[in-house]
Write a protein that binds this ligand. Structure first.
Ligand code: AQP
Length: 326
């Protein structure tokens, strides 16, 4: 029996943080043996805002190396770069033509990001359609992402269903896969806001490649609340976030969490979280140093070559359904 397809992507921008890992990449690693997985460095998404070209080139390889360092086996899952398969952009255009503008203007990420820009590129508005194309191009059934992408996945399903009902069955309608813990890791300095690559606060996020002593310090400085110790009934968002990070990294059950943390003073809570985070990041960082010395470009090219025929078949089918010249 053929395995169901899984697709997900990560943008080559900023520094990958523990939110990206716990929300998405940790699930990639778990799913790779059970499904036919494609994990993609989505560089076409990155250029919706200006990227310095040399830095973008470097970042693409950094994300690919981090995928492998986190545990993705390129002999099992397909690793590739979005712009090396032209079907992403091609299907993106075809789907743009069937997507109502109002659907895109409602996207909360567009509203947040456009509010921060002086001039808004059209690509920023269109980005969720390109994301829909990435997923539908491979007839993906499952898309592991963090919770911030749930609305874009909803849009992807709306686009697929509206295309299928207008032109006949063409696309698999995908399901969102959120992790049980860590679906929305919050900023350490402001637990009301999602941990984000583009946030500027020095104690906001823990990068996967952060110096471990610095990472621990950031956790010791994390915002908590006015209680003296962990109370699972009344805890505020900062404490909930720290416990969530611990649980997502350690895999502890709810009962184990209660036993280990109920009544613990915040200083001791932070020490335990800091130790757990450092212990989990250490092997990733060690592997990253090994991976960056290997030939990543060959791997990424092989990944794209392996999967390109699937993309071409979907573009051909879509064009045919729409009456375009094939
Ligand atoms: N805070 C988070 N908690 C859980 N999951 C998260 N993800 C992002 N932030 C969190 C998930 O990480 C995957 C890759 O994200 P991306 O590279 O596509 O970019 P993003 O979602 O735009 O990441 P950031 O950090 O929020 O970047 P900026 O600041 O540029 O917007 C996705 O599956 C995402 O859900």
């Amino acid at each position: 029996m053929t395995k169901a397809r899984v697709f997900s992507g990560v943008q080559p921008t900023g520094h990958l943080h523990i939110g990206n890992y716990l929300g998405a990449i940790q699930n990639f690693v778990r799913l790779q043996h059970e499904y036919d997985c494609i994990f993609c460095v989505v560089d076409l998404h990155a250029v919706t805002v200006y990227q310095e070209p040399a830095e973008l080139r470097r970042k693409i390889r950094e994300i690919a190396a981090l995928f492998i360092a986190c545990g993705i086996d390129p002999n099992v899952a397909t690793l590739m770069v979005q712009s090396s398969v032209s079907g992403h952009a091609e299907l993106g255009w075809l789907l743009t033509c069937v997507t109502p503008l109002g659907w895109l203007e409602r996207m909360t990420q567009y509203k947040d990001k456009s509010a921060k820009q002086e001039t808004i590129g059209a690509g920023l508005l269109q980005y969720p359609v390109l994301m829909a194309a990435d997923i539908l191009l491979y007839q993906s059934k499952i898309v592991p992402v963090g919770d911030d992408q749930s609305q874009h996945l909803e849009l992807t399903r709306d686009i697929a269903q509206s295309f299928n009902s207008r032109y006949g069955d063409t696309f698999t309608v995908p399901a969102t896969k959120l992790p049980t813990h860590g679906a929305r890791v919050m900023g350490l300095d402001d637990p009301e806001k999602k941990m984000s690559k583009s946030a500027t606060g020095t104690s906001h996020a823990i990068g996967l490649l952060d110096d471990l002593a610095q990472a621990k310090k950031k956790i010791m400085r994390a915002t908590t609340d006015s209680n003296p110790a962990v109370d699972f009934e009344t805890m505020g968002p900062g404490v909930r976030n720290l416990l969530g990070i611990y649980q997502a990294f350690s895999g502890a059950s709810n009962e184990q969490m209660q036993n280990e943390f109920a009544g613990l003073r915040y200083g001791d809570l932070k020490k335990k979280v800091a130790e757990q985070v450092a212990q989990s990041l250490e092997p990733i960082q060690a592997r990253y140093r090994e991976v960056t010395t290997g030939n990543l470009d060959d791997l990424l090219r092989q990944g794209a070559n392996r999967i390109r025929p699937v993309a071409e078949a979907t573009v051909r089918l879509t064009k045919d359904r729409m009456g375009l010249y094939t």
